[in-house]
Design a protein around this ligand. Sequence first.
Ligand code: FES
Length: 147
Amino acid sequence: MYSEKVMDHFQHPRNMGEIEGASGVGTVGNAKCGDIMRIYLDIDDNQIIRDVKFKTFGCGAAVATSSMATELVKGKNIKEAMQVTNKAVMEALDGLPPVKVHCSLLAEEAIHAALWDYAQKNGIEIEGLEKPKSDIHEGEEEEDEEY
Ligand code: FES
């Protein structure tokens, strides 16, 4: 079942909330399970993520992965934040059951979506960052704008 770390982050989520006037906001969902995750980033002039918050309407694993993902990107620069993959989040949580792997993907995609928003607002390009999908389940064919 769930590791102690998953349970801990689910019961005591870190960085829950929102940031007013955030440098970047990203929202992604998964139409299949109906879960939605939103990440807010506060990025300073040196491209360091000085604060990050999340709001997740989703399952326990989605809450735990959002919480861990925010912990992993906090204080990092945007390049380092790009390395926070769903695998890294899962490892930091001591693993997730196979049916819950997609929840960690939501966390990775939400961070990428927030970085994308930041890059768009500032007219910069972030290496390796692609236009995010608003629905990770629909995948490629979903080109609608984010909600
Ligand atoms: Fe969909 Fe967890 S069940 S994000």
